[in-house]
Design a protein around this ligand. Structure first.
Ligand SMILES: Nc1ncnc2c1ncn2[C@@H]1O[C@H](COP(=O)(O)OP(=O)(O)OP(=O)(O)O)[C@@H](O)[C@H]1O
Ligand SMILES: [Mg+2]
Length: 228
């Protein structure tokens, strides 16, 4: 267990990566994902905004998109990465298909580098009902140029691949023992150990997190992400 100041351990923005964030309401998931999203350089960015709250910040000057999204629009200036914010329509009968299509718009064309932020991962990766593009992202992101930041209150109801395939799993306050156990089994850390570490993290204060780093197969304790 290492206590680290942000931004260590450094994110390598040239690699395709999946980061998952879990924790109860208000624990700091969206803040963390948003900071990663904002800090990621040299990439087009797509917010798949399911509840209309995933705001990347006015300074990114995001192009807002609505309705079924098949392909991302071209850059306004070929040298300047673009930020898109696609807002889902929860009333649409094709709600889940539309979300999956939006993921497809980030995957294809394969050579376009895109970072996705999905704040309600449960709608995009529902257990046993993950759509074809979402499945492709989880299984084969290394064959694409797509990275993804996925937030969810609990692993319950979520396709376990969404965190089994994650390069980093950042766990804020996850109170349910069952959720802790599910996370521990999937990342391959003994459940009792993970739970002890999470309890210690919680005692540090609000918005602290325990981060599993898959490549290193190791846990880090992170202080609250700094807001930009
Ligand atoms: N790193 C931080 N530094 C300072 N304040 C923070 C930090 N993280 C979270 N907060 C505070 O907590 C609030 C809730 O955080 P956040 O929106 O990230 O929660 P969440 O886990 O995404 O919750 P929800 O499940 O409701 O989406 C923020 O609006 C902010 O006021
Ligand atoms: Mg949130």
């Amino acid at each position: 267990m290492t206590e680290t100041p942000w931004p260590y351990p450094l994110v390598d923005p040239s690699a395709n990566q999946i980061f998952a964030y879990f924790g109860r309401k208000g624990s700091g998931k969206s803040v963390a994902a948003r900071e990663h999203f904002r800090a990621w350089p040299d990439t087009d960015r797509l917010v798949i905004d399911i509840n209309g709250d995933a705001d990347p910040g006015d300074d990114l000057n995001a192009i807002v998109l609505r309705g079924p999204l098949v392909q991302l629009p071209p850059r306004r200036d070929s040298r300047v990465p673009e930020t898109f914010r696609w807002i889902a329509d929860p009333k649409a009968p094709s709600f889940h298909e539309d979300i999956d299509k939006a993921i497809g718009a980030a995957l294809f064309p394969r050579d376009r580098k895109v970072l996705i932020w999905i704040d309600e991962a449960g709608e995009a990766f529902p257990a046993n009902r993950t759509g074809p593009n979402a499945r492709l992202l989880l299984h084969q992101s290394r064959h694409f140029a797509t990275s993804a930041l996925l937030c969810g209150p609990r692993p319950k109801g979520l396709d376990p691949l969404a965190y089994a395939q994650a390069d980093r799993v950042t766990m804020f306050d996850v109170p349910s023992p069952l959720d802790r156990q599910r996370l521990a089994e999937t990342i391959g850390i003994p459940a009792a150990k993970l739970s002890t570490v999470m309890d210690e993290t919680k005692r540090k204060g609000d918005h602290w997190s325990t981060m599993y780093h898959a490549n290193e197969h190791r846990l880090y304790r992170l202080p609250p992400f700094q807001l930009t």
